[in-house]
Design a protein around this ligand. Structure first.
Ligand code: G4P
Length: 528
């Protein structure tokens, strides 16, 4: 197979949803279609259950599961499909944001009863910023839920998506009879839980035909006819170009647990979803078809076995061909590196690979050389854009609890920060260290992992703080003045960038108003 054919057969995407909407269930059904797993139940949910917030072992177990399911590859209709898993728990939203930098499209799962939930809003906002093509799957149609038109309105209003239904449900809950596939003009009947047979697929090109009534009854047939007409009147025709530009989202209805409506969506996905896309670097656009290899690290995962300190860095291949035992430039460290055991993932199985192509994700064993956002290339100096750190919202002072283990603590903290677990700030006035996270759970994770992986212990002290944001300023004098006035509220992040620590929303607002020349950034993407 030629290099171009290899790239063209790849589709790399992520599934995002609010916890419990059915992401794990849908992933599993997709893998079943691809033959990557044989039995249901093989994909474990990586969500951290609510009850587990202080159960460290549970957190560790869940982390172990999530490394196994970080990337799941399967073959379907001659294509190689890579699903990148995203943690559902809100405290790990940053992981999800970063994973979204490595996909070419996403599928958003919505619970029909709950509609658009908070976590989905945030994640879709990130996708929209990047113009990532989105397909929506409305799940749990076997349960009573919101009216379909209301849901479409919600998608448009809360998520800011323009939508186009590709299938339309016939009833819901107890009265759910199936969907009409508007894309292929076929009726798919929902007869029995867990099964969808060939005979459930009925071709009906003319909805006015009497045949429709025979299958779903007169009332449902009438309802379907008028609703389909309304859909056609209200929503624009599906246009792949718009979808690829992230401007139009096809919507499917189904029930993942019953494996219903999933195949219709998958068949449409493989036809319309983008193959590996060009990616921006600070230097230039990188085309996947370029000969020279390039890729970036979007996720780092610690080894589950505390005796082995090595980690797995997940690298998205962006251009060229990645090969085992070949020297590549680690751009930040300005040195050559080669990898003896690069790993790929098929469902939960890991295996060593000889090569990988754009769209693929390679797992690289790492003893501490990588941090999130690092670039590897065939020689060119490139920095991929769009892998931000977010301004954290929870803060605590971190203190060393074992004076004999200062070195271990420093090393552990550095490595955990490189993994992107949290962010470390050092105050300019007194050198005290502050950990900032997006969610509260990370504090427990850090404490636990420092102890078990590095033999260090730490304790926390509360701190009154609203937000940390990065600051830049073109005017040196203005910056100096700001730093003097705010001496006690200035810190450096781990890369030495200046950070303003705002005690309250009001303080932040005042600082912004009084120092107009200073720029306040809420993601660190502006920095290198
Ligand atoms: P998540 O990864 O998005 O967090 O969701 P997950 O797939 O774990 O699904 C959350 C719950 O919703 C699960 O039930 C799952 O069985 C159920 N579910 C998924 N799809 C459907 C569907 O189409 N219809 C219905 N009625 N339920 C669905 P659970 O009780 O939390 O877990 P479990 O004990 O069933 O595993």
């Amino acid at each position: 197979m030629s290099f171009t054919e290899e790239i063209n057969k790849r589709k790399t995407f992520g599934i995002v949803s609010h916890p419990d909407a059915g992401k794990t269930t849908l992933t599993e059904k997709l893998l079943l279609f691809g033959g990557a797993i044989q039995v249901a139940g093989a994909v474990k949910s990586n969500k951290i259950k609510k009850t587990a917030t202080s159960d460290f072992m549970e957190i560790e177990k869940q982390r172990g599961i999530s490394v196994a399911t970080s990337v799941m590859g399967f073959e379907y209709r001659g294509l190689k499909i890579n699903i990148l898993d995203t943690p559902g728990h809100k405290d790990f939203a940053e992981d999800t944001f970063r994973t979204l930098t490595a996909v070419d499209s996403v599928i958003v799962v919505i619970d029909v009863a709950k509609g658009v939930e908070e976590q989905t809003e945030k994640l879709v906002e990130v996708c929209r910023m990047r113009k990532t093509p989105i397909i929506v799957f409305i799940n749990k149609m076997d349960r009573e839920g919101k009216d379909s038109f209301d849901l479409l309105d919600e998608l448009e209003e809360k998520l800011g998506l323009s939508v186009r239904p590709m299938s339309w449900p016939i009833g819901m809950g107890q009265r759910f009879q199936g969907v009409y596939n508007m894309y292929e003009q076929k009726l798919v009947l929902f007869r029995s839980h867990g099964k969808q047979n060939e005979e459930d697929l009925i071709e009906i090109t003319d909805l006015e035909s009497k045949e429709l009534e025979e299958y779903v009854g007169e009332t449902a047939a009438e309802e379907l006819r008028s609703e389909v007409k309304m859909v056609n009147d209200l929503y624009m025709e599906f246009d792949r170009e718009y979808y690829l530009e992230g401007e139009l989202s096809p919507v499917f209805f189904g029930s993942a647990i019953n494996n219903f409506g999933v195949k219709e969506m998958l068949d449409c996905f493989v036809e319309i979803a983008p193959t590996p896309l060009p990616r921006p670097t600070e230097e230039r656009m990188i085309d996947p078809y370029e000969d020279e290899f390039s890729g970036f690290v979007f996720k780092i995962h610690a080894n589950m076995d505390p005796k082995h300190r090595d980690r797995i860095a997940f690298l998205r291949v962006c251009s060229g061909k990645f090969e085992r035992n070949t020297n590549y430039l680690h751009v930040r460290q300005e040195r050559q590196m080669k990898f003896a055991n690069p790993t790929t993932f098929m469902a939960s199985k890991k295996s060593v690979i000889d090569d990988a192509f754009p769209g693929d994700v390679v797992g690289l064993y790492d003893s501490g050389n990588f941090k999130i956002g690092d670039t590897l290339t065939g020689g060119e100096v490139l920095h991929f854009k769009g892998i931000p750190s977010f301004s954290p919202e929870q803060f605590r002072y971190v203190n060393n609890a074992d004076p004999m283990k200062q070195k271990q603590l420093n090393k552990g903290l550095k490595q955990l920060m490189d993994e992107g677990v949290a962010q470390l700030f050092t105050k300019e006035n007194n050198g005290r260290k502050i950990i900032g996270t997006v969610g509260a759970l990370q504090f427990e994770v850090i404490q636990y992992r420092l102890k078990h992986e590095y033999g260090a212990s730490c304790n926390y002290e509360p701190i009154r703080m609203h937000k940390a944001c990065w600051i830049t300023c073109d005017d040196d004098q203005a910056l100096k003045e700001f730093m003097q006035r705010r001496r006690n509220d200035i810190a450096r992040d781990k890369d030495g960038n200046l950070v303003f620590l705002a005690e309250s929303a009001w303080m932040l607002q005042m600082a912004q108003e009084n120092h107009e020349q200073v720029n306040f950034h809420f993601t660190s993407e502006f920095s290198k």
